[in-house]
Ligand binder design. Structure first.
Ligand SMILES: [Zn+2]
Length: 401
């Protein structure tokens, strides 16, 4: 199990932000009051008091408040008391070690900026159409900007709501299963998803963008034009609309079928496959690439690969995509190049190879020769799939794979 924290920006409405402020205010009161009790006891007796032992007191205090103002929930009060216990434990540890120890300090308004929850206890993520909301009891359903998806198999343990200068954030503390990487005798490979070639593998093979859907897409465009010319409410318009719908379906099915074949071949051929971690930043890196990534419907590819890998005894490893295309896979030097440059040509060691192949080899290295960062984040509920609206879909040709 690995522990990770994923931070997302929150966009509370004005009333919600106000309640969040109240939440922090109440948190601060609890913290400072508990600290005062502990401090008085320590100064009077030299003994430590567990802040958590004050829990009953704060539960009663919470219950005595009017319903509307009771924003701090029971588990978040416990987390606050635990936080204070930790501060005290550190304080006593320093005293014992003979170091100069500062007593835990009272928090002022601008130094008290976070409240923690146990996930599922007053806080949970909910999905509403394509939006993801963080439901917080007595605060509201806060809009979450999901800029990257949760890793597969992640379990959300704790949730920290944070106020920063720039706005509100939520930290999700995740427990992620470390993939059991059992070498099954099959070769390891890394793949780079590119613009010209759909997928370039580190062993030099790859898959080109398929063109066999072009005919269907041409038909589709023609059918769409025809539809737009037909008179509203007419019989011929109804027929034209049906034609368009059928063609759309055909395109979607063929594309899916293509990905099925590719992913099956991959998981049966290789023991582990490393890919760049797919996230929305990657999709939006630039206009042309985002179109291409969109076209290739990478979301489907990653999801199918992930779902088939386990059964085939194959591991999908995702690596941080930073610099994979800019570093020389031969000598490790940084060789900067923009997207138009198709070849990697290293002035330091003289390596000249296709840029995608260079990237694939770098992905291979960071996956299997350096540390792995975890599995692909595809099937992680409840966040939405990264593929777009599917409207601009050009499509893809199968490969000799
Ligand atoms: Zn080099």
């Amino acid at each position: 199990m690995a522990l990770l924290t994923y931070q997302y920006r929150l966009y509370p409405r004005r009333a919600e932000a106000k309640r969040l402020d109240t939440l922090l205010y109440q948190g601060k009161l609890v913290y400072n009051f508990a600290l005062e009790v502990c401090k008085n006891t320590y100064e009077a007796t030299g003994e430590s008091v567990k802040a958590l032992s004050l829990w009953r007191y704060f539960r009663d205090w919470r219950n005595s408040q009017p319903e509307a103002e009771r924003v701090l929930n029971a588990s978040s009060v416990q987390h606050l008391l635990r936080r204070l216990d930790k501060a005290y434990a550190a304080f006593f540890r320093r005293i014992k070690a003979g170091e100069k120890a500062g007593h835990p300090r009272f928090k002022s308004h601008d130094r008290f900026n976070s409240v923690e929850y146990t996930y599922g206890d007053g806080v949970k993520l909910v999905q509403d159409d394509r939006r993801v909301l963080l439901y917080v009891h007595r605060i509201g359903s806060l809009k979450v900007k999901v800029h990257r998806r949760l890793p597969t198999g992640a379990v959300i343990k704790h949730v920290v709501i944070k106020r920063k200068a720039g706005g509100w954030y939520v930290n999700l503390q995740l427990e992620v299963p470390t993939p059991e990487f059992v070498p099954n005798g099959q070769p390891l490979v890394a793949g780079d998803v590119g613009m010209l070639r759909l997928l370039t593998l580190s062993d030099g093979t790859g898959i080109d963008n398929p063109r066999w859907l072009r005919g269907t897409l041409k038909k589709l465009r023609r059918a769409q034009r025809r539809l737009s010319r037909r008179q509203k409410g007419s019989n011929r318009r109804r027929k034209a609309r049906r034609q368009v719908a059928l063609l759309h379906e055909q395109v979607a099915n063929t594309r899916r079928d293509f990905w099925h074949k590719v992913t099956t071949a991959l998981v049966n051929t290789y023991g582990a496959i490393a890919l760049e971690a797919l996230n929305l930043n990657f999709m939006l890196r630039n206009g042309r690439l985002s179109l291409s990534a969109h076209d290739a419907d990478l979301g489907i590819f990653y999801a199918l690969l992930d779902s088939k890998a386990a059964n085939a005894g194959c591991t999908v490893v995702c690596v941080d995509p930073a610099y994979t295309s800019q570093i020389c896979s031969g000598c490790g030097c940084l060789v900067e190049k923009d997207l138009r440059v198709r070849d990697h040509d290293c002035p330091h060691c003289g390596l000249t190879i296709d840029r995608d192949l260079n990237a694939a080899r770098n992905i291979f290295k960071s996956a299997f020769e350096y540390a792995r960062i975890g599995r692909s984040g595809i099937n992680a509920a409840p966040l939405p799939p990264p593929s777009g609206d599917g409207k601009r879909t050009r499509s893809l040709r199968s490969s000799p794979l």
